[in-house]
Design a protein around this ligand. Structure first.
Ligand SMILES: Nc1ncnc2c1ncn2[C@@H]1O[C@H](COP(=O)(O)OP(=O)(O)O)[C@@H](O)[C@H]1O
Ligand SMILES: [Mg+2]
Length: 315
């Protein structure tokens, strides 16, 4: 019995380049119509995973099914249901946006290409620029065109390899909106990212790839329980203030850096908890010289999950 509601299932995937073991047995499944994010730092093996799933390279071990088709035995069928857009958009600079789209339509022998091209240009906010050469497009526009080209063939599963890397904040936000909208038409999205916030914003399901293994996996809410919620940093005028604050706030989990009299306090990220902490200090008459809130980075996440501690002296 096939698992019909799964768009992708991966088991025991391994891949090495010569002596370099990149994927050391990874597995996950992705529900149809959902957004899945493979999160990992630069060099973690995200593109390698995408290349295997899209039949560009072969795995050393393991099995992958896309919409029920096996990537090794049914690679043509797999290619028929997927599309891939990369970090480096595969658009032709000399041609206009519209020409790029029409060319793909012709290559794929699609019917009613012109209507579909117009619809996609409009949807991706490229109508105005459609008759300009792509060479004049911004990075964000190129990515949007690349995505439009991918959608022309109506794929069931779309692979986006670092869709926002290198984009300015505004283009990044508009890309996020476009990606979220994709699932409304029932498409399954597999994306890779180096950014925690991107995975958090977009994905129904996140898998964290580190040193060739999936080190954590779940919904954003599930992962948040595992992840550090960020912490606040409090700076005091002197060592006495620092020490008193450390004792007062013991229940939260604190660490300090005596050299610059900074106390780092773990929080759940809620405004209430942060206010409580500041109120407690005020009530005890411990003046705070500086306050800042730190977001958890991908490195913090790895450190937390892998169970290592920062080299900070615990109070
Ligand atoms: N064709 C290749 N030959 C040898 N090493 C490669 C090849 N492609 C990627 N690598 C190496 O494999 C590791 C994973 O690369 P990649 O999958 O591109 O990571 P990511 O996409 O997460 O940044 C890196 O150390 C990279 O240098
Ligand atoms: Mg990559």
């Amino acid at each position: 019995m096939l698992k019909n509601d799964m768009a992708i299932s991966v088991t025991g995937l391994e891949k090495s380049y010569k002596n370099l073991k990149v994927l050391k047995g990874i597995q996950f499944s992705i529900k149809k119509g959902s957004i899945f994010a493979l999160l990992g730092s630069n060099g973690a093996g995200k593109t390698t995973a995408i290349k295997i799933l899209t039949t560009l390279i072969k795995p050393d071990k393991g099995s992958v099914q896309i919409c029920g088709y096996d990537i090794l035995r049914q690679s043509n069928e797999v290619r028929g249901v997927i599309s891939l857009t990369g970090q480096f958009a595969a658009v032709d600079e000399i041609m206009t946006g519209r020409e790029n789209l029409r060319m793909i339509g012709k290559l794929r022998h699609l019917s009613e290409v012109n209507n579909r091209v117009d619809e996609l240009l409009k949807r991706f906010d490229l109508l105005e620029a459609s008759d300009r050469r792509v060479a004049t497009y911004s990075g964000g526009m190129r990515r949007r065109l690349d995505l439009a080209m991918s959608l022309l063939g109506k794929p069931s599963v779309i692979f986006l390899d670092e869709p926002t890397t290198g984009l300015d904040p505004q283009s990044r936000l508009s890309m996020w909106k476009i990606i979220k909208d994709l699932t409304q038409s029932g498409i399954t999205v597999f994306l890779t990212t180096q950014y925690l916030d991107e995975a958090d914003q977009l994905a129904d399901h996140i898998a964290i790839l580190n040193e060739g293994k999936i080190v954590a996996e779940g919904t954003s809410a599930e992962l948040k329980k595992l992840l550090p919620h960020g912490h606040i940093e409090l700076k005091f005028y002197n060592d006495t203030g620092l020490k008193a604050a450390g004792e007062l706030l013991q229940e939260y989990g604190c660490s300090s850096d005596k050299q610059n009299t900074t106390l780092s306090v773990a929080t759940d990220g809620s405004l209430k908890q942060i206010t409580d902490i500041l109120n407690k200090l005020e009530k005890q008459g411990i003046p705070v010289a500086e306050f800042s809130q730190k977001q958890a980075t991908l490195e913090d996440v790895f450190l937390t999950i892998i169970g290592e501690n920062k080299e900070k002296e615990a109070i």
